[in-house]
Design a binder for this molecule. Sequence first.
Ligand SMILES: *Cc1c(COP(=O)(O)O)cnc(C)c1O
Length: 339
Amino acid sequence: MDKINWSELSFGYMPTDYNVRCYFRNGKWGELEVSTSENITMHMAATCLHYGQEAFEGLKAFKGVDGKIRIFRLDENAKRMQSSCEMIMMEKFPVDMFEEAILKVVKMNKRFVPPYESGASLYIRPLLIGTGAKVGVSPADEYLFVVFVTPVGPYFKGGFQTANMVIMREFDRCAPQGTGTVKIGGNYAASLKSGEIAHQKGYSSVLYLDSKEKKYIDECGAANFFMIKGNTYATPRSNSVLPSITNKSLCQLAEDMGMTVERRKITVEELPEFEEVGACGTAAVITPIERIDDADTGKSYVFAKDGVPGKVCRKLYDALRAIQYGEAPDHYGWTTIVE
Ligand SMILES: *Cc1c(COP(=O)(O)O)cnc(C)c1O
């Protein structure tokens, strides 16, 4: 294999040696299987192709300062995939098998885990799809779980930096009582167009409002939203936000730093009251937001200057990364060491 230039990695797909699969057939999950193929063969009437029976996860493995490989919050991702499956009527993949599959795929692709110094990581992508053939609308009776890995570069190549976001009321990513709380491809399909428009206008992402009243802040296309005011960390409570594991972790760290954590409805009008705001998710941990433009009202909300993140964003970001890279003690058992 050619040497990987760890410092040149982006957030893209690079082939690795193995992926791990498991099939649900005849009413039960089979054994974990190791594959070297990048392809999946399936029936053309598979429900994932027609009726959107598809859920996925995203987590990371890090080579720590001590040379050990740590996977961040494996159990939380396993449980979230189950809740996604429940919502779109797919067979749930057992939590213990999920954990076993991920440990296996990381171990088998050890040589793709970037070195500590690179600031890069191994991205882990589990997915679960309905593979059973159906023409009438109904859940499949066969499913496939697959997990592959790919090394990804540090999100912030030039160091921790801010981004700009935009509010556009003409698009929703999900319905008020819909599938916003689960991690499924359908939500992403619904957000591609608005995301592209935002990118063309120079924004890193859309900031979605609640789709019913367009009054409350929901989240970004693929990341949760949080805001800082004095000693308070606030994040929207909503029935259409995906429960981000990064956000959950940051809430805990904020509390540990003596901050007050608020989970409540937050209106657009409140934005000027906040000193720092950011997006959070596995990909970047935190993307501090410099400016939010409201494309409909023409208002701009500014939270930072010259790409420099706020102090609290920096502190939270450093604290979480330190746990992921084994630099700080893992008090809550968030990381699983790959032996
Ligand atoms: C995955 C995802 C997030 C971030 O969740 P993490 O568990 O922190 O990676 C946020 N919003 C949406 C819509 C997502 O799909």
